[in-house]
Design a protein around this ligand. Structure first.
Ligand code: NDP
Length: 530
């Protein structure tokens, strides 16, 4: 029986021009077939790792971590900077791997995955020392006068990252980068549907000097992810709200922190004074990009009555012009495949439910016929109107190339409907009056809100990206996006020249107790109150 590493080397890395070079992990031999969703063909098989293999990886990851931490920010930053260059030098190979396992277009892989990874490696290499630097703290507490107070961040140890299938590089692998920059070892469990990009990236990082076992890829299904949670010091999960709840429960049982990036139903609000041409272009792009399989896609639009007809006409024309089908390199189609097989049924059921309840399809509305789709899985870019909140397409995550557009009387109705959702990931507001646009954005119960733009907040690595309500707990990016991979340690240092004893210590004496009580009154009891 081959080891995991031999299998990965022969079956996955060698055909992609990368040399693997390890041996070790125990494996029963069970495999998962990886399909190209754009062609229906099996393109590789990966090991389906059980609990024993995950435990073995966890032991190795823990053993490797102290030496990685000892590299310091500079040493780790060097490896990550090399990885940034490696991504650029190998961009075509990475894009080909992403496209082959997701069925997405060349542009969707290049812009939203290579662009993200290139930025993220450099960002975390540069920012980690600043975000995790010791913080000198000042206190008004009398008892610590003259002492040095420091807040320190230290890596948690072994981090588990579990990722979804829609962005194997950005959302799955991307969260490993700050965890590594902080000095942790990481085990990544990619989606069973899209494991190849993670394996390629891990090998790339090894080429860049990442020590053995600091980053390991645990290929497998949901059970592999569940097993991983049992061994790590913190779990970073991206995926559906349903699985996110299970992950949170398992983390709570072990009393380990969990950061959850979950589903969304992002609203777009178009006010009557909006630049309609821009709003229509953004509605089209950000609802259809990646075939709508983005957590922060525009999933529903609310348009003020005076501009509703014009907006709908513009969007319908633009969506009708999109090409959908098997991508064949740059510039071939705008809308690629539906990556995850059951997702196609979800999209079809949302559209059917809307039609049943009185919605009209202005363009699209069907899965692509086999004659056009070949063996692949595609859904036509679709615009729905006459929709309302009795329809699941307005309340549940569709995660497909569909845009339901609803007419609203005014901004108040738009805000009420936008907030009428269990989700709260992102949102967008379009208005020429940017102050009003911002005022409305601030009233939306979402982790992010863009004015006259959409989704762009994800690219701003300095800003936190996370969801409100059922869209998640915690966030990625910004200072919090790396501090979550650390524990905090408060350090209080008393100078060498100090009293032998503090006045409040034993033995208790009436006079001292009275004096202390008087002192507290002086400190906290003076001054007028309401
Ligand atoms: P899932 O929740 O189905 O799966 C996510 C990951 O969890 C997969 O690797 C999956 O493995 C694994 N998993 C399944 N069961 C368990 C378990 N019991 N314990 C631990 N891990 C488990 O999500 P999808 O892959 O379908 O991803 C799509 C979802 O992700 C959408 O809802 C989308 O909105 C959300 N998402 C959120 C983002 C955000 O930043 N907020 C970003 C991107 C996507 P396997 O695939 O092998 O079953």
């Amino acid at each position: 029986m081959a080891t995991v590493e031999q299998h990965v080397e022969q079956e996955i890395l060698a055909p992609r021009g990368v040399a693997g070079h390890r041996a070790g992990t125990a494996w029963s031999g069970a495999e998962i077939a990886v399909e190209n969703p754009a062609t229906g063909q099996t393109i590789a098989t990966v090991p389906d790792l059980g609990a024993e293999a995950v435990a073995d990886m966890a032991r190795r990851g823990r053993a490797a971590q102290p030496a990685w931490e000892a590299y310091g920010f500079e040493g780790r930053g060097r490896v990550l900077s090399r990885a940034q260059k490696w991504v650029m030098d190998n961009a075509e190979r990475i894009i080909a791997t992403i496209c082959s396992e997701t069925g997405k277009t060349y542009e969707d892989a290049s812009l939203a995955e290579i662009g993200y990874a290139g930025n993220a490696f450099g960002f975390w290499a540069k920012q980690a020392p600043e975000y995790l630097a010791d913080e000198r703290v000042r206190s008004s507490q009398l008892l610590v006068k003259g002492k040095r107070l420091v807040l320190r961040y230290r890596p948690l140890g072994l981090i588990g990252v579990i990722g979804p299938w829609n962005y194997p590089l950005t959302n799955s692998f991307g969260d490993c980068i700050p965890a590594l920059a902080a000095g942790n070892s990481v085990i990544l469990k990619p989606s069973e549907v899209t494991p190849l990009t993670s394996l390629l990236m891990a090998e790339g990082l090894r080429e860049c000097g990442l020590p053995e076992d600091v980053l390991q890829i645990a290929t497998g299904r949901g059970e592999t992810g569940a097993a991983l949670i049992e061994h790590v010091d913190m779990i970073m999960f991206t995926g559906s709200t349903r699985t996110g709840r299970k992950v949170a429960e398992a983390a709570a049982r072990r009393l380990i922190p969990a950061s959850l990036e979950l589903g969304g139903k992002d609203p777009m609000i178009v006010l009557a004074d909006a630049d309609l041409e821009r709003a229509a272009n953004f509605a089209t792009y950000y609802s259809m990009q990646n075939a709508g399989q983005t957590c922060i896609s525009i999933e529903r639009a609310y348009v003020e009555a005076p501009v509703y007809d014009e907006f709908v006409a513009k969007v319908s024309d633009k969506v009708r012009a999109l090409r959908v089908g098997p991508p064949e390199g740059p510039g071939s189609v705008e809308v690629g495949a539906i990556t995850f097989p059951p997702q196609l049924q979800t999209i079809e059921s949302h559209v059917a439910d809307a039609i049943d309840k009185g919605a009209r399809v202005l363009t699209g509305g069907h899965a692509l016929q086999p004659a056009v789709a070949g063996g692949g899985r595609f859904y036509e870019p679709t615009v729905l109107v006459d929709v309302d909140h009795t329809m699941v397409c307005m309340t549940e995550e569709t995660f497909g190339p569909t845009l339901p557009i609803m007419r609203v009387a005014d901004a108040e109705e738009a805000v009420r409907l936008a907030n009428d959702s269990p989700y709260g990931l992102g949102a967008s507001v379009f208005s020429r009056d940017v102050a009003r646009g911002e005022e409305i954005a601030r009233r939306l119960d979402t982790g992010a809100a863009n004015v006259n733009d959409a989704m762009i907040n994800y690219t701003v690595l300095e800003l936190p990206m996370g969801g409100a309500k059922a869209s998640g707990l915690g966030s990625r990016h910004g200072a919090g996006g790396i501090r979550k991979y650390c524990s905090q340690q408060a350090i209080v240092v008393t100078p060498r020249l100090a009293l032998k004893k503090e006045p409040f210590m034993y033995p208790y004496r009436r006079r001292t107790s009275r004096m202390l009580a008087g002192l507290f009154k002086l400190l906290y009891g003076r001054g007028k109150r309401d």
